[in-house]
Write a protein that binds this ligand. Structure first.
Ligand code: AMP
Length: 420
């Protein structure tokens, strides 16, 4: 299937081209035609599947087809509202709208806490076509009479299960009272807990369900979480690596810079470690990979992109120095171990910031995540001098980290089966 087959307007197809997308992802193939037909859609898909474009493209198309035209009203009212749980996600969605809609005349804005209320108010007053908002601040604007949602004809609730986890559902219900009942509603969620199911029944009109299955980690892999403060990650990793008897360990970091920094530190501590990250030339990457494959290096410190497609059968341990953002990325990473029915172990260093990600993984993947502590590791170690003041509140022990996850050291839990 191609984007041309959806019958989208030329201006929107141009936006897709400028993003470099050539083929729709599965959620896009399934959702776009249904949304274009005007149906309410409940999309069971998570970040990483291309869900943003799956609703932004038909949204732009709908707005284009029934364009009111700028200046048609003294103050144009928003016609589409996207509600998202976090500022980061709201920013990402807004950025996607700007690129996909750059050949259209539509204007979008973000509304969330921690940013200037007045600037948001001024933009709302001037008028925008699309609002991307987090629930709390949007409700503030509504309550103060600054946001008029009476012309919204398309509503998207993105990452609905995460909004539920964050306690936003009552706010969403209040926001809904200010939006016309005659509208198209789209809801995206990685999972379908009962509260979300109930919400969909109340606010959606016979929604079409679009489900994209995600991959599951192999059964031969065991998974452990190690709660640890951010500033202790590197000494923790070193201790962990000393405890592991393995010839090949793959460590994942979130950024290229971190991959380099962690490798340098490991090398200084006497480990045979090598990096694999996007800033390296192809020749350097190949050298790293070959060295890891033939046993010259015991540890490969990689970023997701650099490790894509890597096939090395002898890896027994994957360590997430940083947790990935999506269950698919987690599956992909840990899939580097436990290959061909060999057993493998996946260790993840988790901080307080990973709480929601862990909750979402628990729900979406049928795996057992066991919380562990590392015997003999000094969880009370002080932060490096320059960070000490900032992190002093955070030099807490493993105990504190575990409390964050609401479990004690011996607890473990089985992920609930994904509702389908
Ligand atoms: P999302 O799930 O919307 O957060 O998208 C995940 C990533 O996939 C983003 O980096 C998008 O830019 C990218 N993406 C979305 N749709 C496509 C597509 N059809 N082709 C290539 N990349 C895509």
């Amino acid at each position: 299937m191609s984007f041309e087959e959806f019958g989208l307007n030329a201006s929107i197809l141009a936006g897709i081209r400028s993003l470099g997308y050539t083929t729709p992802t599965p959620v896009q193939s399934k959702a776009i035609p249904t949304i274009l037909l005007g149906h309410d859609v409940m999309g069971l898909a998570q970040t990483g599947t291309g869900k943003t474009a799956a609703y932004v493209l038909p949204m732009l198309n709908r707005l284009s087809n029934s364009s009111r035209g700028k200046g048609g009203t003294a103050c144009k009212k928003a016609r589409a509202l996207i509600v998202a749980p976090t500022r980061e996600l709201a920013d990402q969605i807004d950025a996607a709208i700007r690129v996909m809609g750059k050949r259209t005349r539509f204007e979008s804005m973000t509304i969330y806490g921690g940013a200037s209320f007045n600037i948001q108010e001024n933009k709302l007053h001037k008028g925008v076509d699309i609002i991307v908002a987090c629930p709390g601040r949007l409700l503030d604007h509504i309550n103060q009479g600054k946001a008029d949602l009476s012309s919204v004809e398309m509503l998207v609730l993105d990452e609905a299960d995460r909004m539920l986890d964050m306690g936003f559902i009552p706010d969403i219900r209040k926001i809904l009272r200010h939006i016309p009942g005659k509208r198209q509603t789209l809801l995206f969620s990685a999972t379908m807990p009962d509260d979300i199911r109930t919400l969909t029944k109340q606010i959606m009109n016979r929604p079409v369900i679009v489900q994209v299955d995600h991959s599951m980690p192999a059964k031969t892999i065991s998974h452990a979480l190690y709660p640890v403060a951010e500033h202790l990650k590197t000494p923790f990793l070193i201790r962990l690596l000393r405890n592991i008897e393995s010839k090949s360990v793959l460590v994942f970091t979130r950024t290229k810079h971190r991959a380099k920094r962690v490798t340098d530190k490991l090398q200084r501590d006497g480990f045979k470690a090598t990096p694999l990250q996007g800033n390296m030339t192809q020749a350097r990457r190949q050298k790293s990979l070959n060295g890891f494959r033939n046993g010259k290096y015991r540890i490969l410190v990689a970023t997701d992109l650099a490790a894509r497609g890597m096939d090395i059968s002898s890896i027994s341990h994957v360590i997430n120095y940083d947790m990935p953002d999506t269950a698919d990325a987690y599956t992909h990473r840990v899939g580097r171990t436990g290959r061909a029915a060999r057993t493998g172990e996946a260790f993840s260093l988790v901080t307080q910031a990973d709480k929601f990600i862990v909750q979402s993984f628990e729900r979406t993947m049928e795996i057992e995540l066991v919380i562990r502590e590392l015997e003999g590791f000094d969880y009370n170690m002080l932060a490096p001098r320059k960070q000490a003041s900032v992190l002093s509140h955070n030099t807490a022990s493993r105990k504190q980290a575990a409390v964050t996850y609401g479990r004690n050291k011996s607890s473990h839990y089985r992920a609930r089966r994904r509702a389908s």
